[in-house]
Design a binder for this molecule. Structure first.
Ligand code: PRT
Ligand code: ZN
Length: 297
């Protein structure tokens, strides 16, 4: 009886364990993501494991390379890591959600002054990389017979010190390649941070994860949209609604000034600059654009 009580209590208190990068390019954005979802996390402070005071999760701070293994083994239930790392480690994991940050690409690059003739250029070449599995798969798929030199860091200097003829590495802005006299010639895959989950989460943990995903989607949706308020002459309301129809339809409130209304709607951020002139042509005035914190469709 006592045992049943404790196991029930533990089950109710069960937490979802999430692995995030301890210190690196994905750390801050991972923490920001939780903060935007109103989930408080301790930023680590040198600790390996920390709990959230307001949500049933605990966070494991790890090197990014270790995250796929921890999640595959079930030591962590969920992880946030780059697709590049997931693909390289080839673990049995479920990708729960793309997170839209940590965007980069894995590319082949060669010395700037080389004449690039196409993929066959790499036949007989030595390619330095920290991603041997992804590169090997690409070489096989493209029937390229090249030699892979696996190195763990500073891949971009390999051609300059004579270790390799070319490299296969992460590229973001391209400035690292540029400053090492290299040029990007083939993009092999794109990557961004993703949330991955263990392939056999129990129902309780799955429910916690679904709650987190719901919050993440609300935040991401909100980021893509803006709240727009504008004043319009009443006879132009129909024309303006056609331009900014909103989620269901805009709200219209009468202004104190006769013959005018205030129209409130939601607009995709990417469309704003495209429609602004149209709105002004139709007589809209006092246009305000306000960020949205959460958006639940
Ligand atoms: O210590 P730990 O093992 O946890 O971290 P790490 O040093 O292995 O990884 P980290 O923090 O550098 O990167 C974590 C993840 O961020 C990567 O796995 C990618 O998913 C993602 N990411 C996004 C990047 C970049 N952009 C990036 N630009 N990872 C690395 N780079 C490096 C790249 O290796 C190259 O040296 O930046 C350089 C290229 O950048 P540009 O802008 O000069 O082209
Ligand atoms: Zn790493």
């Amino acid at each position: 009886m006592l045992q049943t009580f404790f196991s029930l209590k533990n089950k109710n208190m069960e937490k979802l364990r999430i692995a995030i990068q301890k210190s690196g390019r994905l750390s801050e954005k991972s923490l920001t993501l939780f903060a935007e979802c109103d989930i408080t996390l301790d930023s680590g402070g040198g600790r390996l494991l920390a709990s959230s005071p307001d949500f049933p999760i605990e966070v494991l701070y790890l090197r990014d390379d270790d995250i796929p293994q921890y999640v595959a083994d079930g030591v962590a239930d969920v992880g946030i890591v780059g697709e590049n790392v997931i693909n390289e480690k080839c673990k049995k994991l479920i990708v729960t959600e793309k997170l839209g940050f940590g965007k980069c690409r894995l590319s082949l690059a060669i010395p700037k002054n080389e004449n690039y003739t196409g993929k066959e250029y790499f036949n007989g070449k030595r390619i330095a990389t920290s991603y041997p599995n992804i590169l090997n798969k690409y070489l096989i798929e493209n029937k390229i017979n090249a030699e892979i030199h696996e190195i763990s860091g500073s891949v971009e200097i390999a051609p300059n010190i004579g270790l390799a003829d070319s490299i296969f590495d992460i590229v973001s802005s391209g400035s690292t390649l540029f400053s090492n006299n290299l040029k990007e010639v083939e993009i092999v895959q794109y990557s961004e941070a993703v949330m991955v989950e263990h392939d056999n989460l129990n129902e309780n943990k799955k429910n916690i994860l679904n709650d987190i995903i719901f919050r993440i989607r609300s935040v991401q949706e909100a980021k893509k949209n803006k709240y727009i308020l504008l004043n319009v002459p009443n006879e132009k309301i129909d024309a303006i609604i056609k331009i900014i129809p909103g989620m269901k339809s805009p709200s219209i409130l009468p202004l104190a000034k006769e013959g005018w209304s205030s129209l409130h709607s939601v607009i995709a951020e990417k469309d704003f600059w495209k429609v602004i002139d149209k709105l002004k042509q139709k007589g809209a005035q006092g246009i305000l654009i306000i960020p949205i914190e959460k958006m639940i469709l």
